[in-house]
Design a protein around this ligand. Structure first.
Ligand SMILES: Cc1ncc(COP(=O)(O)O)c(C=O)c1O
Length: 362
């Protein structure tokens, strides 16, 4: 049966590949001959353990993590990591460094402050409403870590190149750009990402941890707050979010087997971003809000030059099967999230609609 599917530009939860959804649907009644769905099997069964093991292997391969890193599956969203990181990685008597590039960084900073850490916000783009990524900063040499938000979902900015030559391990919130591009993991002590944008459904958070970071876990943390618990028990100290992990497994398989790996995934993402930014730069009916050198390839934020037309734009777009184009409630305007599962064709359809809307409302 052919289903009605829209061009989905939601910021998260967001589009999933149709092939993944079809696969999940097909397997739901009888997972690989088990006579049960994956929702109904024990997390200690070989059915689920095989899924978990293969998901870890594929994530390590996609991100070229090698054996130096642990891939963990946690709950509580990326927001839970805002406190987990300082609790687990702050070294006694040493500062924790943060760069503030928007709402999510601000929230991460707040949690480190609540915990009474020596927080140093070494750069911020708040002066220009978080429309750019700061380039000039000094990281205190004794920092426990430097925390950044690699992609700022709300403002549509993204670190193009990660900070270089920093002695402290980098920690990054990659919720909205993990698996979107290749990067060298070596400087990162920890990467975390809520799955619900580029990696799967809500309910699971990926944590990629360099093994030496485990030496930092303080003994006096409750068991469920220690990264070491998840590492020692392969994310199964307690019942993990099985279904969400299963869908993440399907998504990483899709990147490897349908797309053909990270290089191809990145090329597709670059193509989509280029199409839409080229269009934004070619006219003045719409205006991109992020500073060009800091533009995100995942979340394209823009305004209409007549701002009172924005709600009409969003509702007419939806009538044309183009959904999720409303900007974050804290900033208004429009936003097209063009994550991995959003096709080039969807982006072309959006641009076609934008052109036509501009012509009709000039
Ligand atoms: C960059 C970033 N960090 C953190 C979050 C919060 O994630 P969660 O809802 O999983 O806690 C979001 C959610 O939109 C995000 O975009």
């Amino acid at each position: 049966m052919k289903h009605h599917r829209i061009h989905n530009f939601n910021a998260g939860p967001a589009a999933l590949p149709a092939e993944v959804l079809e696969d999940v649907q097909q397997e739901l009644i009888d997972f690989q001959g088990s006579g049960m769905s994956i929702l109904e099997v024990s997390h200690r069964s070989r059915w689920f353990e095989d899924v978990l093991d293969d998901a870890i292997v594929r994530i390590k391969r996609l991100l070229q993590l090698g054996d130096r890193y642990e891939v963990l599956f946690l709950q509580g969203g990326a927001s839970m990591q805002f406190c987990f990181v300082p609790m687990n990685l702050a070294l006694e008597g040493k500062p924790v460094a943060y760069i503030n590039t928007g709402t999510w960084s601000t929230k991460a900073i707040k949690e480190a402050e609540i915990l009474g850490k020596d927080v140093r916000v070494i750069a911020s783009s708040q002066d220009l409403e978080f429309t750019y990524i700061p380039q000039d900063f000094q990281v205190p040499t004794d920092s426990s870590y430097l925390h950044i938000t690699s992609n700022n979902t709300i403002r549509g900015t993204q670190w193009r190149n990660f900070p270089q030559g920093v002695k402290a391990p980098l920690v990054s919130d990659m919720s909205s750009d993990i698996f979107s591009r290749m990067f060298d993991p070596t400087p990162f002590g920890l990467i975390y990402a809520g799955a619900q944008k580029n990696a799967g459904p809500a309910g699971v958070t990926l944590v990629i941890l360099r093994k030496d970071m485990l030496d930092r876990t303080p003994a006096n943390l409750p068991t469920m707050f220690k990264y070491s618990t998840y590492a020692e028990k392969k994310s199964m100290f307690n019942t993990p979010p099985c279904f969400a992990i299963y869908v993440v497994w399907k998504v990483v398989r899709w990147i490897e087997e349908k797309i053909g790996g990270m290089e191809k995934m990145q090329a597709l993402n670059e193509k989509k971003a280029q199409l839409i930014y080229d269009y934004l730069d070619s006219q003045d009916f719409y205006r991109g809000t992020a500073s060009p050198e800091s533009r995100s390839k995942m979340n394209v934020t823009f305004r209409l030059h007549k701002q009172d037309l924005e709600s009409l734009f969003i509702s007419e777009a939806l009538a044309h099967d183009l959904g999720g184009l409303k900007g974050h409630r804290s900033v208004g305007g429009c936003r097209a999230s063009i994550y991995n599962a959003v096709s080039v064709e969807s982006v072309e359809t959006l641009i076609q609609f934008m052109k036509e809307f501009a012509r009709r409302n000039a």
